[in-house]
Design a protein around this ligand. Structure first.
Ligand code: SER
Length: 569
């Protein structure tokens, strides 16, 4: 196999290969999906591309490829073994209604056998077996056979294995064909030919897409002959540092060190998105990751604060993600703060847990909640502690207690731990356009041209908009902003979309999110003469469609950044 040891070499090899096949390389998107209310993190390279998979035209064309940073929270409990990670990078190539199974499989085969030099005999394949909704995928298996994969190496499996998506409840999905090297999955080619609609029916998509995904860490392990992903260069600098800090050996404490390395790498990347540890949503996942890493640190006898040191190593390991360096101070400060907060209650919390669980079969919801409220134990940590000594927690009682105290930590985020799709409903579309109006209105009313978007999140209930501004807004200002947005809605301004180069867009004064990465070609939405922004949409056609705009909250988001929540009725 090809001698490649670093992620940089692998990523370059992959992107160069797809460039040579006429693909355009798009940047890695943010880990926080901007217009997807059903999910907390970007879980796959296809995620930011959903609007284009369901028919919107991509400014860079029909053949795309990239490396995407991803977080999968569904795997948190599995981390500790050889192959699971919360944070990982995914290589992907896409055909948006362009090439189909034959070319996609040929590209995969060529890259595996020629570029990665994997012997053909070590490759095995799975294809979709078929069910009442879709037929057996003989087309793919025939292509593999033609390329020289023996029939005995191709298996047909059901939907649990060979079907991908939709990422949430609705959206593009289809059968996939997976490639295995010595029984480890290396790559997945998804043929998105269906759209699952709200009634659970599979409709044929007008545009047939290819969506592929190959994990960087896992691929590096495979071509280096490691069964354990943590032996690759994407993990070793962190593992070595943990060995140094704990004065213990990886070989004797694999599970603990893998959890610490994984969780703190993921936490560093989440912090780089300007997220702080909190009791809800992404901030809660961040809190869980940091606190669980600290508990495992305690298990291998790490006495002093150490998360900050690990975060520094992560920042150095990934120089191509500029957000890590740019937010270095914030990352290091916040991780340290969270460690101090948790350490305060950790030892006494563990003592308390031992006391209340001794000789018992169950832990009451009240006690579990007390461990959270007074000692800072996320319920998942208490669940893990309970599992280790085989006692059960009254989870219903816990939820009751938590909602009584309005601590929405778990309930608020639970539904969102799974991945999901952009919800392009009428309401989110209206709120999306209202967000552009708000962005512009802020500059006018606060008389500050330097105001820029620092984050945006839209659910069917509300919009949330973060922007740089140094102080609290007055009630009068809030009223003026609201009035200006409503005036623009009532003027019935037309919303227009055009495609242009990033440079032209910026030169023409189109607004861009601070720190966001954009491709070379972008779409720009203008609302009358009032607003012009680089954006992927979706938007209403005329502002009249929006309805009445109302600001419900104005608060601080982080240092120098304010947050507005607003609804429409
Ligand atoms: N979406 C598919 C996956 O996550 C292929 O990219 O595996």
């Amino acid at each position: 196999m090809k001698k490649i040891t670093t992620r940089e070499e692998l990523i370059k090899l992959y992107l160069d290969f797809f460039k040579s096949k006429d693909h355009k390389i798009i940047p890695s998107s943010s880990l926080i999906p901007s217009n997807d209310p059903t999910v907390l993190f970007t879980t796959a390279g296809m995620h930011p591309l959903v609007p284009y998979l369901i028919g919107q035209k991509h400014p860079l064309g029909k053949r795309l490829a990239n490396v995407q940073k991803c977080i999968r929270t569904g795997d948190i409990d599995e981390v500790g073994d050889e192959i699971h990670h919360t944070f990982f990078e995914m290589l992907g190539n896409w055909s948006l209604g362009d090439y189909w199974k034959k070319e996609a499989i040929k590209y995969s085969f060529e890259f595996l056998t020629k570029n990665l030099e994997i012997p053909k005999k070590e490759i095995s394949i799975t294809c979709f077996k078929g069910d009442k909704n879709a037929q057996q995928d003989n087309e793919s298996s025939k292509i593999w056979e033609k390329l020289g994969i023996e029939k005995s190496k191709i298996k047909f499996l059901g939907k649990e294995n060979n079907w991908w998506g939709p990422a949430g409840k609705i959206g593009p999905c289809g059968p996939d064909t997976e490639m295995f090297i010595n029984d480890v999955e290396i790559w997945n080619d998804v043929f998105m030919q269906y759209n699952k609609n709200i009634d659970g029916k599979y409709e044929e998509l007008k545009q047939k897409n290819v969506d592929t995904g190959m994990g960087v860490e896992r691929t590096l392990a495979i071509i280096n002959g490691f069964k354990d992903n943590y032996l690759t260069t994407t993990w070793q600098p962190i593992i070595k540092q943990i060995e140094k800090i704990s004065k213990r050996k990886y070989n004797e404490h694999k599970k603990e060190m893998r959890i610490i390395a994984d969780h703190l790498k993921a936490a560093t990347f989440i912090l780089a998105e300007n997220i702080e540890p909190k009791n809800v949503e992404q901030g809660y996942v961040l809190r869980r990751l940091i606190r669980r890493a600290i508990r495992y640190g305690k298990l291998i006898m790490i006495q002093n604060n150490f998360t900050n040191e690990i975060a520094q190593i992560v920042i150095e390991m990934y120089p191509d993600y500029k957000e890590l360096k740019q937010n270095k101070d914030f990352i290091l400060r916040e991780i340290e703060k969270e460690e101090n907060r948790f350490r305060e209650g950790l030892t006494s919390g563990l003592k308390y847990f031992n006391k209340i669980s001794k000789g018992k079969k169950n832990l009451s919801g009240k006690d579990a909640f007390l461990l959270f409220q007074s000692y800072g134990f996320p319920i998942e940590i208490t669940e893990e502690l309970a599992k280790e000594i085989k006692i059960k927690i009254d989870m219903k009682g816990y939820e009751k207690e938590a909602s009584k105290h309005q601590e929405l930590s778990r309930t608020a985020s639970a539904g969102k731990f799974k991945s999901g799709l952009a919800d392009n409903s009428e309401r989110t579309t209206q709120l999306h356009t209202a967000t552009h109006l708000l962005n512009e209105a802020l500059k006018h009313v606060l008389k500050d041209e330097n105001i820029k978007q620092r984050g945006s999140n839209i659910t069917p209930e509300r919009l949330r908009f973060d922007f740089n501004f140094s102080r609290k807004l007055t009630e009068e200002e809030i009223q003026k902003i609201e009035d200006l947005v409503n005036a623009k809605i009532q003027q019935g301004l037309e919303v227009k979309r055009e495609e242009t180069s990033l440079k032209k867009a910026i030169d023409s004064g189109a607004q861009a999110e601070f720190g966001a990465k954009y491709p070379e070609k972008v779409s720009v939405y203008s609302i009358g003469e009032f607003s012009k922004e680089i954006c992927t949409g979706p938007h209403v056609k005329n502002t009249k469609e929006i309805g009445h705009f109302k600001i419900t909250k104005e608060e601080s988001s982080s240092a120098g950044v304010r947050r507005i929540k607003a609804t429409i009725d």
